[in-house]
Design a protein around this ligand. Structure first.
Ligand SMILES: Nc1ncnc2c1ncn2[C@@H]1O[C@H](COP(=O)(O)OP(=O)(O)O)[C@@H](O)[C@H]1O
Ligand SMILES: [Mg+2]
Length: 364
């Protein structure tokens, strides 16, 4: 076993239809959810890389259903790209197991999958330019557009009620009433703010928007950007692809891309909404999705950033009150700090909401 790897990647990858000889493996990427490895094989004298990934089944309770979603979505996208140049860099390609399945279950019950490694492209944790923000917006818009005609049946919900903001609010109220860790007294202003925003929670769910196939984890680092052209070449991390509302995807990209401060920054003066980055995301997204989303969906793009930023802050606050049960903390009060950055960012967005609305209406 490779020392740096927490799993025996050589042994695991043996179960997949990979030709040639295993050379080495190393941990890969900065993702927090799955365990990802880059495995190097020699195939008739050429070195070929594969991305070997363990599905996190603590978070995803139905890994079999999840993999069925991934298989259907990647197959559908592949038909859209068939015969195009670079087709196999534009969609994730699953490598089947030796017995023709899309994932392998090891002796300890872990589910593993292998993708072709997309070369000459990489992800970035932080946006470096408006051009990159445009590309991420475009890539996620294109992803939704290409999946708009995914044939029935409905994909399974890999995390039920993932973006049900009223339910998130109800969980917050329960955690506040219980106050199991005795921390409510430490978060007075944040609790008051959260309570004052209750009516915002239902704004998307009550807008009669169509259910679509959405990504649901539209972070900037879930798009591979081409090294040469900078194009957003492939949307990755498909574990949460399921039926959802298009503006939630747009909103989460806005949340994670328009603030350059870290999620737990304590100096709140560093946390603000960067309007030019928003403009790039909106132009990119609408260049790909503008033709198929409805008027109502477009009208809810501006508020979606505020809503999802509020929802995220609320989840951090709920977890702070519950004694840090869900989000890992490395220091005391970290979840409250995370809540504060989200609420600060939301306030900064709210001051520019009208300009966001105007812009989104105007873009062709
Ligand atoms: N098919 C692929 N080819 C090349 N790199 C990949 C591929 N899939 C994922 N990666 C890299 O691995 C990292 C983690 O993968 P991801 O699926 O996003 O896992 P997580 O859910 O942990 O974020 C990504 O940020 C990306 O850099
Ligand atoms: Mg990821």
């Amino acid at each position: 076993m490779d020392n740096a790897c927490r799993h025996d990647v050589r042994d695991i990858s043996r179960n997949f239809q990979i030709l040639g000889e295993f050379r080495s493996a190393m941990p890969w990427g900065s993702g927090h959810i799955n365990d990802s490895y880059c495995a190097l094989y020699s195939q008739a004298g050429v070195e070929v890389r594969y991305l070997v990934q363990r599905v996190n089944h603590t978070i995803f309770k139905n890994p079999v259903g999840l993999m069925q979603n991934v298989e259907r979505v990647t197959a559908h996208l592949a038909t859209k790209w068939a015969d195009q140049p670079d087709a196999s860099r534009r969609v994730l390609t699953l490598v089947p197991t030796r017995n023709g399945r899309c994932s392998f279950i090891d002796a300890s019950g872990d589910h593993w999958r292998v993708y072709l490694f997309i070369e000459k492209a990489r992800t970035y944790d932080v946006v470096e330019s408006p051009g990159q923000a445009f590309q991420a917006g475009r890539a996620f818009g294109e992803f939704q557009a290409l999946l708009a005609d995914l044939p029935a049946p409905r994909l399974i919900d890999t995390i039920p009620d993932f973006h049900n903001t009223p339910k998130r609010f109800a969980s917050f109220e329960i955690a506040l009433a219980a106050d199991v860790a005795g921390r409510a007294r430490l978060a007075g202003p944040e609790i008051d703010f959260a309570l004052s925003q209750k009516s915002l929670c239902k704004v998307l769910l009550e807008a009669n928007l169509p259910a679509r196939t959405t990504h649901n984890d539209t972070k900037f680092n879930n798009v591979l950007l081409d090294d040469q052209t900078g194009e957003g070449i492939c949307v990755i991390d498909l574990d949460t692809v399921m039926p959802g509302l298009a503006p939630y995807d747009f909103g989460d990209l806005v949340r994670t891309t328009t603030s350059r401060a870290s999620e737990d920054e304590r100096d709140l003066s560093k946390v603000f909404f960067d309007f030019p980055l928003f403009e790039s995301i909106a132009r990119g997204y609408l260049s790909a999705a503008g033709g198929f989303i409805t008027k109502a969906e477009r009208q809810h793009l501006a508020v979606s950033g505020l809503l999802i930023t509020f929802e995220t802050g609320l989840r951090f606050l709920t977890d702070f009150l519950a004694g840090d049960a869900y989000f890992k903390v490395h220091r005391q009060g970290q979840n409250l700090d995370r809540c504060r950055t989200q609420f600060k960012l939301m306030g900064s967005m709210a001051r520019q909401e009208n300009s966001m609305r105007k812009l989104v209406e105007e873009i062709q």
